[in-house]
Design a protein around this ligand. Structure first.
Ligand SMILES: [Zn+2]
Length: 267
């Protein structure tokens, strides 16, 4: 079976990993099609911080919640700042930023929880979504890994935090990397290379002073380093910049675009 598939449910298109679904973890990586947004005509923009009409974003989120049979009021989000801060979603934090950006969890790029049926939702347009699930404890996590977050080790830190907080064993943890900019389309300059030298293996030379950066590999390396089994790490291998009709791509659309949502629920 393919590792990553697209599906339509209630008019909403999203991608998912059948292996993770089979274990009972509701999750999705939304497409851009068939939404209510004005930001991109008829787009399914899921983020409240990119200049879209709040009511339309809320409508989009409710449509996704219906499609996934999750509770929209329990959607928990964070203000992503390309850092590596991780927050544990405890009962009082459930629903942060579900309908309004003012009460989202501030200054945070990964959320983890052991609470059941809490949709952790983060937003992306090229940056790498990494979701986590532990079939033994039922704990889940979601991380926002652009180049800065990836270099800061957000995926590795999320694993460590799930181990510390919930007693997860790395060898049981599953990680899945969703649609995001691929090494095919992600050219970076010396400033990025200088800051990410420890991940030299993720850079391929491009034009003089430029490299193609493989963020999927950078995140996989961190997950393996933390003790995840290779067979428990899956990657959609779908480049958002090459598929901008289906997904939002910040780079391919010169910064003027919506955000897809990566969502995962604990069980
Ligand atoms: Zn590409």
């Amino acid at each position: 079976m393919a590792e990553f598939l697209l599906r339509e449910s209630n008019g909403i298109w999203y991608g998912f990993f059948p292996g993770l679904e089979k274990l009972g973890f509701t999750h999705a990586f939304t497409c851009r099609l068939h939404g209510n947004s004005d930001l991109t005509a008829g787009g399914l923009n899921m983020a409240l911080h990119v200049g879209d009409a709040q009511q339309k974003v809320v409508q989009n989120r409710k449509a996704l919640a219906d499609a996934l049979s999750i509770d929209a009021e329990r959607i928990t989000t964070c203000e992503q700042i390309h850092g590596s801060n991780i927050v544990v979603v405890t009962p009082e934090k459930i629903g942060s930023g579900a309908f309004c950006f003012s009460d989202t969890i501030a200054g945070t790029d990964a959320l983890i929880t052991k609470e059941k049926a809490v949709p952790l939702m983060l937003f992306f347009a090229d940056c790498v979504p990494v979701i986590f699930a532990d079939p033994i404890t039922g704990a889940v996590g979601a991380a926002h890994a652009g180049w800065r977050g990836s270099v800061a080790g957000i995926a590795a830190k999320t694993v460590r935090k799930m181990v510390e907080e919930f007693g997860c064993a790395p060898e049981n943890l599953l990680a899945a990397i969703g649609p995001s900019i691929g090494p095919c389309c992600y050219e970076v300059d010396g400033a990025v290379y200088e800051q990410a030298k420890e991940f030299d293996a993720c850079f391929s030379p491009a034009s003089p002073g430029h490299w193609q950066l493989n963020l999927w590999k950078m995140n996989k390396m961190q997950l393996l380093q933390e003790g995840l089994k290779p067979e428990n790490i899956t990657c959609a291998d779908i480049c958002t910049a090459d598929n901008k009709e289906l997904f939002f791509s910040y780079r391919a659309e010169a910064g003027k675009t919506g955000r897809l949502a990566a969502v995962i629920c604990g069980k």
